[in-house]
Design a protein around this ligand. Structure first.
Ligand code: CUA
Length: 378
């Protein structure tokens, strides 16, 4: 591990390597302690340079700007460390009590040295300006007017899942955020209950989701990175996580970012609200069972979409196309969905979804209905 760290050290700016060392030291401490939930979900608990929760290999303009400021800060603090530590070490050695010294002679006292006092006042001020000016620049850039064709995504935190709305596309989805590549995106972030915090580590900083009156939100703006060449078809998933302690299942309040080519994104958006295809006997039965779920969940193009009011559960339109369920807690498989419906509390402690007491057959049917998808292959 240390060898690979040294290799990275050679390949990256000192600032990043400095953080990397801290990350490596801490990761080795808990890499093996991953609870079962994390393994089930396929989430990686390995922490390193390019792994999903790494902030070092920033992909968006926003992430790179933050790393730039971070780099300057790390260089300056490293310099301060040496400027202080080296004289201290020299002084400890040079002025130590030697045999024969009397140990009650105080050192020569210095008072009112104008040059010294000016130096240690002005020096830090200049250093702080070197940190402050780039910081202000990044902050002001973050609050710029979005481009005319920027994609607006409303992000709403709920205990414990994420709602994503695309007002220009008429789409509401949950826990899997579709984004087109190379596009300016303005996130309008708020909360339906308590304070959450929206974070896609590889895409940049965190912004709090606050419970505020309708129409008030915090914003975050970024240009999405390109889809890597190897993933032009099907896109690539990035991980997101709530980073404000928001209750029992805060750690299980995750989401995914599906980064797509513009073409795939457009196809997804076009097909998203299509009514589900109900083809098999199980799906027909599941459609009936789903009537019990309509108070909390919506599937576009069905009766459930006509139930008025804000639903407290995630929108389940095109649920079959999502990679994970339970806000990134488990992979989206029939078995995991059945387990979830049977007893949500077992997977996500404190979940607002009650144990419905459905029979095994009803669970299988409703799972077949929910997991069918009109837009599985974009
Ligand atoms: Cu939401 Cu932590």
């Amino acid at each position: 591990m240390f060898r690979s760290y040294l290799r990275q050290l050679a390949a990256r700016p000192v600032a990043s390597s400095y953080t990397s060392l801290l990350v490596l030291l801490s990761s080795s401490a808990f890499a093996d302690a991953a609870p079962k939930h994390f393994e089930d979900s396929g989430y990686s608990m390995n922490i390193g340079f390019d792994t999903p929760m790494s902030t070092i290999a920033g992909l968006t303009d926003w992430a790179k700007e933050i790393n730039h400021v971070y780099g300057i800060t790390a260089w300056i603090t490293a310099a301060i460390f040496f400027v202080v530590a080296i004289p201290v070490i020299v002084a400890i050695y040079k002025f130590r009590v030697k045999p024969g010294d009397s140990d009650d002679i105080p050192p020569k006292q210095v008072h009112g040295n104008v040059l010294l006092e000016l130096t240690w006042t002005i020096g830090p001020v200049i250093l702080l300006l070197f940190i402050a000016v780039p910081t202000w620049q990044v902050i002001f850039r973050q609050y710029r007017e979005p481009a005319k064709d920027a994609l607006i995504v409303e992000v709403v935190g709920h205990q414990w899942w994420w709602e994503f709305r695309y007002p220009s596309l008429g789409i509401t989805t949950a826990n899997e955020l579709y984004l087109p590549e190379n596009k300016e995106v303005l996130f309008q972030i708020s909360s339906a209950d308590v304070i959450h915090s929206f974070w896609i580590p590889q895409f940049g900083g965190k912004v709090d989701a606050l419970p505020r009156p309708k129409g008030e939100f915090n914003t975050m703006i970024m240009v999405t990175p390109p889809v890597p060449d190897a993933n032009k078809v099907g896109g690539l998933l990035y991980q997101g996580q709530c980073v404000e302690l928001c209750g029992l299942s805060h750690a299980l309040m995750r989401f995914n970012v599906s980064l797509r080519t513009q073409d795939e994104f457009d196809r997804w958006a076009k097909a998203y609200n299509n009514a589900p295809v109900v083809a098999t006997e199980a799906q027909r039965k599941g459609e009936q069972v789903f009537n019990q779920c309509m108070g909390c969940h919506t599937i576009s193009g069905t009766v459930s979409a006509t139930v008025p009011g804000d639903k407290i559960g995630p929108n389940l339109t095109n649920f079959g196309s999502r990679s994970y369920l339970g806000a990134g807690t488990r992979r989206n498989t029939s078995e995991n969905l059945a387990e979830w419906i049977d007893n949500p509390e077992a997977i996500k402690p404190g979940s607002l979804m009650p144990k419905l007491g459905l029979s095994k057959e009803d669970i299988a049917a409703v799972s077949a209905y929910i997991r069918q998808s009109t837009a599985k292959s974009f």
